[in-house]
Design a binder for this molecule. Sequence first.
Ligand SMILES: *Cc1c(COP(=O)(O)O)cnc(C)c1O
Length: 628
Amino acid sequence: MQDFGLSIWSDNNFVIEDDTVNINHASKPSLLKITQEIREKGYKGPLLLRFPHLIQKQISSLFESFEKAKQEFQYQGSFQAVFPLKVNQFPNFIDALMAVSENYSYGLEAGSKAELIIAISKTPIGAPITVNGFKDKEMISLCFIAAKMGHNITVTIEGLGELETIIEVNREFNAAVENPVIPKIGVRIRLHSSGIGIWAKSGGYSSKFGLTSTELLEAYEMLKNHDLLSQLWMIHFHIGSQMGDIAPLKKALREAGNIYAELKKRGADALGAINIGGGLAVEYSQHEGNQERNYSLQEFANDVVYLMQEISKSKGVAEPDIFTESGRYIAASHSVLVAPVLELFSQEYTAKGLRLKEKNPPLIEELYALFNTISREHAREYLHDALDHMESLLTLFDLGYIDLEDRSNTEILVNLIIKKAIALLQNEDSNELKKLQDRIQEKYLVNFSAFQSLPDFWGLKQHFPVMPLDKLQTKPTNPASIWDITCDSDGEIGFNRDLPLYLHDIDVSKEEYFLAFFLTGAYQEVLGMKHNLFTHPTECVIAFDEAGDYHIEKLIEAQNLMDVLDDLDYDTKSIDTTLKLRISESPYLSADEKREVLGKLYLFLSENSYLKTIQANDETRKKYENSN
Ligand SMILES: *Cc1c(COP(=O)(O)O)cnc(C)c1O
């Protein structure tokens, strides 16, 4: 897996050139070069790089695929799309999104009041806004205000109570005015069909959202009785995120299409749109044979258009406009998290670390001989002997017969023997060897927080492609697991025998080594949590000019220590006062030292929580090497 599955997950967004991974766009700069340029400015922790050209690519491919499908089937309805804000609300993303989608009349979807404010202020007048999720009177009033500003806004009714509130708010806003303006109304339907996979809960009868057929009929009557039927124009459903298989979507489309046609035939004349929600999947897999998606975007678009046409024809109603609310598909590829490796954790298992004595316990002498004489021919036999000896030696230690130095020699020798054996037998694909890789896996300590930057890995074991930024001409040989810098053992991406990750054997005291996590642009940022008080990483936008050169823009540094505490509602003024007082009253410091310590403290307070380097590394290593 020299290319780390790049051909599976990267969608040609990245290429390997020479020995680095490069952006497959314009001047094709390497991620390493960009990373180094930012680090030279003093930002040493993890970096979140955003690429607006990749947002643009997703948006144009979405619109173009549906345009193509419409032409192929001569479909009468229009295609429209909104971005669901819950997928990524960060300003550097949203501003880039709105800029690159200018030509598409692309809008935003809001699921809460705060999101609604973003939608109302960032969507161009005329482009669609949809409002889903549970709503109170205030939120519905905000929708009326948006409509009165001139926005093309659709409020989705999730339950009959909401419809009652809409009727009430309409009375308050419009009863006494000359020019009544009312938002468009959509209804979310509760489908029989549901999605599949870990995000499938949004559809199906037990779903949190949507009206049953009985409620739908009742809503129809209520709208009619309050002269609001002319506002009912959209049917909405969403069967879940990351739909790996297209079959459930097709089922849902048939169900929703028939509901649309039935309501229209009943007299809902204004009804003219079907909103199929999100769910378009992203290929996160890094391993051949483990793909997460079984359809292409064009297949998806063709299926939607074809099914809507078929149902409309057979029921004799007009072909509806088609709306999508794909979020993951639009946002995932736009960002890359780059994080420096701080340390490798099994480097202590080197021959240098051995502390062999004049006279060693016989089993250790034997291990040493196995280590020195292991060959291809006897590799398997020696390996079994070594594992056997280790069991015995560990028992001897428990019983008090050998000392700590003996135990350390045992661990080192057995690990070295396993490594040698695996190298000698590497062409044999045996289960036993795979199992042994677990034991010699190298633990890469990486300067990031999985809780903050890959929460879906922590919560749902969702995999994100990961690879080093350089050395890509060299075959990586270390079975690797990744540790983040939180003090929590859940912050570990373990070595997986079936979907293995191999990284390079490097000495981080001598050279830098960076890992990049890809497809992190959807959901991860706002779901990320400040466990251990590691905050959103330093981020920036990588933009390309006409000449094809890149520019690092809109850099936002990770929050400093005091801002983090302020966010938790600590009284930071009083913390500041206490810290100053502790220094000024310290019996250990002279007046000059007090000034100096205070200066240092303030410098540190202005920095973020992520590590700069692990300095001890270099020094302990030197000490260690001298003593040998
Ligand atoms: C979450 C959500 C989406 C986005 O789903 P993706 O899988 O990210 O495309 C769209 N519509 C609704 C109503 C949602 O709740």
